[in-house]
Design a protein around this ligand. Sequence first.
Ligand SMILES: Cc1cc2nc3c(=O)[nH]c(=O)nc-3n(C[C@H](O)[C@H](O)[C@H](O)COP(=O)(O)OP(=O)(O)OC[C@H]3O[C@@H](n4cnc5c(N)ncnc54)[C@H](O)[C@@H]3O)c2cc1C
Length: 370
Amino acid sequence: MVEFDVVIVGAGPAGATAAIILAQRDHKVLLIDAEAMPREGTSAGWLNARAAPMLKELGVSSRPLLDCAFRHVTFFNEDFSKQAKPSFEESPGYLVDRVQFANALVKSAEKTGVKVAAGSPVAELRHHETSVEAIIAGGKSVSGRLLLFAAGRISPLLEQTGIPVDSGRDAMWTAQVDAVSSPAKGKTEPHVAVVLGLDRTAGFAFCAVSRSRVSVAINWLGDRAQAIPQLVRICKALFDNQTLPVDLTERARDCRVVQTPTAGALDMDSHVGKNTLLIGDAGGFVTAAGNEGLYPAMWSARIASDVVSAALTSKHSQDELMTFEAKWRTTMADYLRSPNTDLQFLLPLIFSNQPMADRMGAAFFSGENI
Ligand SMILES: Cc1cc2nc3c(=O)[nH]c(=O)nc-3n(C[C@H](O)[C@H](O)[C@H](O)COP(=O)(O)OP(=O)(O)OC[C@H]3O[C@@H](n4cnc5c(N)ncnc54)[C@H](O)[C@@H]3O)c2cc1C
């Protein structure tokens, strides 16, 4: 018996966003996640300002989530000998706690009528002619007419969607260190520093200083073993040049390195399987310039929800699902694509020419082309 219209595997920003939108349209939705909810812990990050109106539609209160808009950004070059400050007409985003953010979406999903199965790792997916079945570890089985797969890019379950995902791009290694801290004297405004051109490619480090927290994340395309030494070097340099009010070098040494998706969505032939769509990180929906994934996860979920809604009322649901590919490409492809210029050529200009710094700011934070 098919119990749900849609089963969503993964209650991160992508899965939870889709769950809310589909439940708002009176579809019967099951949202499954391996982790217990609410998730514990903290993880600093930034959310694109474009996500704010979406949050309202999703029934998520902007306070206190979006209390920390930032406008002050400094770009550094790899050896910190040069810096540039892009200007923004409006704040490009908010410093957020990614754990709190994802929890707020799941809470709103529950309020909207979504059934949430937390602490339920899905071990197997079975694709039938008119439904998809998810087998949860322990043996319980649930089924839905359609499946949204939103369990991230490194889930072994991804293969079972039947959609080939190898984008052929290099692995990006990410490690993040954060701590509670009050701002340095005279620097009470939230600010962000981005170290560009790491590993002589598109690798970068992202440092965020809010009123109560500091964090530094490295996005490294080189050898995995070098990610932590580089993070330590960057934390030290940012402390020495007074960007960071606290020394994070010791904490950085103990960080965990995880693999994150590079902008794989653009290289994939399809995000559509039998009664199935891939959204969020699972579909490689992250930007090439800044490895931004929160807003693209929500955006891909919103497009997928429209497609799924139409598929549920269509006699030819698979044909409707097939429209997802064209729909996300028409709207999202330019946003995800890397600036169409060689970064090594561009970097010196960013540090010597204010309009180029501004354009890099728009590319990094708003997906614009340079
Ligand atoms: C260290 C780090 C810092 C980042 N900083 C930023 C930032 O500042 N700004 C930004 O925009 N992006 C940032 N990102 C990227 C962003 O977090 C992701 O792109 C975004 O979370 C993707 O959302 P998602 O819902 O697709 O996947 P996820 O958030 O990864 O959620 C996937 C969910 O699926 C669940 N799951 C996995 N396997 C199973 C299973 N078998 N059964 C059931 N559930 C399962 C997981 O428990 C998880 O809750 C960062 C990423 C990292 C790693």
